[in-house]
Ligand binder design. Structure first.
Ligand code: FAD
Ligand code: NAI
Length: 479
């Protein structure tokens, strides 16, 4: 850590997650003196930049999803390929150690990128002190305390898991995303409250490892933000895999015992139920993290839900103070945070940084994966937009058959008059990768005919996107 007091920077970023560290790098690339303050600390007390995403989010969850998928394939899918597996064993300790190594590689990668781009990194907690002539003073509390000044400040302090009142996280029996990524022994019975993105991804990990997983969701609809047809398919497939999903429940008392936790709830029929779990993951959304930022010292405005209030350009109520990522409105996604971070650095440089909220892709990394961009069929109906729809099942795709992974479909929605693509919705193998083509298409305002006329490699899963585009015009070739 630097010991220079009152060090002055053009841009100081508070928070080193995907929003913050990328903003700091982009600011440095644009010729600014840039600093990034991040509080995340590893088990040895050292810095661990990368935020939620790197430490307890995107990266470790995908590592465990991959390991658990290999385990499930070895146990169930390999036999179809003529590969006999005997003595299959899961070493949870090794699986977690691999995940930790991947996290560390990402932490180290960011430290390297800071050095490469000459971003000054401060490991510690940042809090506003006061407005001064040269900008804003920030107190950094780490191994030592110091004050730095930024002409521009970017707040990128991210989010934390929301607690359920009366069932606070202890990370032993009642787990947030953090604890859910550190379970050292496969629980026999795992409860999950909230059938959102984390609940489905982490529920899938531990189900594949052998846990009996029950997911309790308050809403009567499954994955309400997802296209209804895709959500219905997902519900069917996840249920078949063994996830016991109860919708429309009302959670009552949660009682912790020595080794187990009891969840009392009312089911959709109004009947009182009781379930006993070895571990309980609570994944009911996340809250913005502004704790300890001392926002009031400079009069930084928060909204009624505690997010830093910003306009469409990530400007706060104060001159030269910006905020990006999970701590502001909009989807809580790493790539959205990154795009905002880059755009803000460019706006500070007088450029026209831009984030297109209509083309931010979503991915749920279950098996099959779910990915989408643009509007769903139900949104188009609600918006009164006349549209055409085309879909193509992976069942009819040669590459999917070769992979042995034929569940799901690609669905394309296009404007009935102009044929502009309005949404693409995928459930199936590698949906996370396939969605990129749809994002590019929508960013360039392509029509479904554009995709239908583009040559796609054969055999590839991406041919399903082309076929869905052909289906919009009712001229599929392979279905
Ligand atoms: P964060 O990543 O939360 O980073 C904020 C950083 O600021 C943290 O390091 C924090 O310690 C630090 N900080 C906070 N306050 C201060 C302070 N006062 N001083 C100094 N430092 C401070 N998104 C995806 O797009 N894809 C995924 O696959 C995905 N998977 C996820 C899986 C899980 C289990 C979870 C929980 C989230 C996942 N997300 C995913 C969401 C993603 O992690 C977030 O959207 C993203 O991390 C937000 O980035 P951010 O920079 O805004 O904040
Ligand atoms: P979420 O918003 O995705 O899902 C929360 C679910 O909990 C909702 O379905 C909600 O109806 C339900 N719920 C809320 N209160 C409840 C209650 N009292 N009882 C029962 N159910 C209740 O939130 P989640 O899963 O916690 O994830 C947080 C965010 O992290 C996501 O919205 C997403 O932005 C991000 N994330 C992204 C991932 C990705 O991109 N693949 C992976 C994981 C997280």
């Amino acid at each position: 850590m630097s010991n220079v007091n009152n060090k002055q920077f053009d841009v100081v970023v508070i928070g080193g997650g995907p929003g913050g560290y990328v903003a700091a790098i982009r600011a440095a690339q644009l010729g600014f003196s840039a600093a990034c303050i991040d509080a995340w600390t590893n088990e040895k007390g050292g810095p661990a930049p990368g935020g939620t995403c790197t430490n307890v989010g995107c990266i470790p969850s995908k590592a465990l999803l991959q390991s658990s998928e290999h385990y499930e394939h070895a146990g169930h899918a390999f036999a179809d390929h003529g590969i006999a597996v005997t003595g299959l064993e899961l070493n949870v300790g090794k699986m977690l150690a691999r995940k930790n190594t991947i996290v560390k590689q990402n932490n180290d990668g960011i430290v390297y990128l800071f050095k490469k781009n000459k971003v000054s990194f401060f490991h510690g907690h940042g809090a506003f002190l006061q407005k001064v002539d040269a900008g804003y003073e920030i107190k950094v509390s780490g191994k030592t305390e110091e004050v730095i000044v930024g002409k521009h400040i970017i707040v990128a302090t991210g989010s934390n898991a929301r607690q359920l009142p009366g069932a606070e996280f202890d990370e032993d029996l009642i787990l947030s995303n953090d604890g859910a990524l550190k379970i050292t022994e496969v629980p026999k019975k795992l409860g999950v409250i909230g059938a959102g993105v984390i609940g489905l991804e982490m529920g899938s990990v531990w189900r594949r490892c052998g846990a009996a997983v029950t997911v309790l969701e308050a809403l009567p609809t499954f994955l309400g933000a997802v296209d209804e047809q895709i959500a219905k398919e997902a519900h069917k497939l996840f249920t078949k895999q063994g996830l016991a999903i109860s919708l429309g429940v009302k959670i009552g008392d949660i009682v912790k015992g020595d080794q187990q936790v009891t969840v009392n709830y009312t089911d959709a029929k109004g009947e009182v139920q009781q379930a006993v779990f070895d571990k309980l993951i609570v994944s009911i959304g996340r809250t913005p993290n502004t704790d300890g930022l001392n926002a009031q010292a400079i009069g930084l405005q928060l909204d009624e839900r505690g997010f830093v209030a910003v306009d469409a350009d990530c400007k706060t109520n104060l001159p030269n103070v910006w905020a990006v990522g999970d701590v502001v409105r909009g989807p809580m996604l790493a790539h959205k945070a990154e795009e905002e971070g880059v755009a803000v650095a460019e706006r500070i440089a007088g450029q026209h940084g831009h984030v297109n909220f209509n083309t931010i892709p979503w991915v749920i990394y279950t098996s099959p994966e779910i990915a989408w961009v643009g509007r769903t069929e139900q949104q188009l109906k609600a918006d009164g937009v006349a549209y055409k729809s085309g879909s193509f099942p992976f069942m009819a795709n040669g590459r999917a058959r070769a992979l042995g992974d034929t569940s799901g479909m690609v669905k394309m929605l296009a404007d009935a008059t102009t044929d502009e693509i309005l949404g693409v919705h995928i459930i199936g193998p590698m949906a996370s990768e396939l969605i990129a083509e749809a994002v590019v298409a929508m960013e360039f305002r392509a029509s479904s005919e554009d995709i239908a006329r583009i040559c796609h490699a054969h055999p590839s899963l991406s041919e399903s996107t082309k076929e869905a585009a052909l289906a919009v015009d009712k001229r599929s070739l392979n279905f």
